[in-house]
Design a protein around this ligand. Sequence first.
Ligand SMILES: [Zn+2]
Length: 869
Amino acid sequence: MALLPALPVGLAIAEPVFSFGSTPGKLPKNVVPIHYALDLAPDLDKLTFSGSEFVDIEVMELTERLVLNAVDLTIEAAAIDGEAASQIALDAADQTVTLAFPRPVGAGRHQLRISFTGRINRFGRGLFVVDYPTAEGRKRMISSHLEPADARRIFPSWDEPVFKASVALTATVPRAFLAVSNMPVAREEPVGDGHKRVSFQPTPRMSSYLFVFAAGDLERTTADVGGVKVGVVATRGKSQQGRYALEAAGDLLRYFNDYFGIAYPLPKLDLIAVPGGFGGAMENWGGITFFESRLLFDTTTSASDARRGIFGIIAHEMAHQWFGDLVTMAWWDNIWLNEGFASWMQAKAAEALHPDWQSWLNGNGFKQAAMSEDARRTTHPIQQPIANETEAMAAFDSITYAKGQALIRMMENYLGEDTFRAGIRAYMKQHAYSSTTTADLWGALQAASGKPVSAVAAAYTEQGGVPLVIAEALCAGNAQRIALHQERFTVHDPAPQPQRWQVPVAHGAAGGTPGETVLLLDGAAEIAAGRCGDPVKLNLGDVGYYRVQYDAAMLAALTRSTDRLAPADRANLIGDTWALVEAGRAAPAAYFELTERLIGDDNRAVTEQIIRALTRIDHLQWNRPERAAFQAYGRAVLRPVFDRIGWDAAASEPPDRALLRTRLIGLLGSFGDDGIIAEAKRRFADFTKDSASLSTELRGTVTYLVGRYADRATYDTLLALGRKTTNTDERVRYYTAAASARDPALAEETLAITLTDELPTSLVGALISVVASQGEHRDLAWSFLKTNFTALAAKQGPSFQNYFPASLMTNFTDAAHAAELANFAPAQATSGGRLVAARSYERIMTDADFSAQQLPAVNEWVKQRMARR
Ligand SMILES: [Zn+2]
């Protein structure tokens, strides 16, 4: 048994609980905003707006000047208590405006008045415009997106989350428009020139990034849920497609009101579908915005299981209405409190309300992705210092979301569901309308449970990295004992910093249920485990955030008993075994032998796990002569699974079957299965004559495969369909399929589209990425980006400029391209961009080294295996 170096556990530097004065940030803390009375008048033709605000402020001590945030705004005038500013100085780099007055401003309440103008952009930050197709031609709406730090693009503000204040908005919009903000409309009055002034009720105290304003030719459908008016807002003609969302939001509101023990505090909650501008969704308090196809469900075009994604994203954003909006992390170093918790609650609520979806089991790839990221040299702690807005943006990554989610799940399992909820209720009650740090959360859970929560959790939040539990079976007489010790699990990190955790290890016999036996592994331990040779599963139920390495005898016993393992344990075993191959701790043969035993298992989560590794290896085989043999192997193992399922749904198949079917069709088709490709083409040809002939479930995969192998005529058909539809989901599907074309001439045409204004900017980066990934035109896409970078960056805005090149580069797997990224100036221009570029660099180098070190063994194993078939 290995002896462990004596390392401090949980680190000695556990952070303090929230205090306003010690919260990080750039703005001075001697002035705080209390209330903004904000007036905005957008001009949708000129893409500008004018605004004015009265801000009630509290000055703590006599001050010479006021410093607040503003970016891309022109300040026309500023005054305090009626006295005009003597100096107005904008600092573009710091994104601040400094106001000085003829006399110092004394302690106490004051009223600041500022008038300003700004720009409406197309790149989805601050106030942005979306032009979208309708049956009557193109229409235009505006919406906003402010997280983390873009309220300052709309109104001069104390735009750091700890400065909570109420906001009362009045907006001047065309009379035919519906205007939506955080709160209900208080009154509307017509003004000249076909416009109206819409005044909204004031919000409660909230962080500036939660403000929302959207307006356009919109319509709303509503339902009353326990006195709260829940609404879906969509562009005219589409609100009926919000029926599923409205129903899901009602179910979730009741569930969350109960879970949090505090009823949703605003009088209304709108879910707003925006047909462009940004992807995903944003949890603005009382007015959540969604990229349209994430919210709307069209029974004639959406696959029925798209409901799972819609439910999941609504659950995530609605959980934020409490965890994020009512109680907010004080600074971006604790953004995981928002995102880890909402990601966890998204799965938990789905398990409670739709248990047949098996959301934890089917979502296990999310945790696998975070553990891959977290094993690299460039990982970071969940809690990390954030110096500026570009670093805050870079923090929205898989560590924040998925490791955060997994940690909360592990802690809930460790404390027990009821105890954990009691702690959350106490935390909500204590910190409502205020701010917290992670220490406040652990404090509440510790008080509720009496367990050493902070000591266990801090090791996961304050240091990066993945624990590895190493298990060795010992046999004395006929009694089996398992010796456990821990190391740090790393990939491609020759000199990792040693680290130590207290790991809650759920363990039991194969087929056992998690939660029965949990050992808090701190260093090394031994457990009794039945008779010699009995199969023992660690991380039972896949609820923990760590990897497990079994000795050969234990792995063999588990491999023989896979039919007794629950699907979550089978998926976990495959995931860990593959990760050990990636880390150079296991030979590829060990992984393939395990998966071949499990391949007949048509559980979706298990098969998905196998498909992920096959896809990853295929990605590394790009342009290598061994690729054809590898794809033949992939087809040989997965085609029999597909043949049992078939193209068409059986009358009473389990709910995951349709999703497994489309995954298999996609993989087999990509791996060159001629029968699958021909059938996809046949079904698509029928679909173009009679759309009802192709089930909504199959449309995405069939269209993708047709796009991948498209000739000129098919490509033109796909683009024509994409240009004709007014349905955002279909639009994305057709353009993505066209962008997947393997034919380089067609890929060049797709890239050229991204320079026009044919698509909303939010789809431009996605399309270039698809050309590089699905279309496999890595060099073409990269040289296109380099050649057109200035034009693209001007159109796509700062996020694209700072992060997109690094993301596109991860399609490459060779050292030369890693070096090119390191020298690509725009990717290195901001500190947040440099963080992302360094992670991408590391990922490319990890792939390059894996290709050199492990890929030959993979190919050798495949060669031998195919010779035996
Ligand atoms: Zn979120």
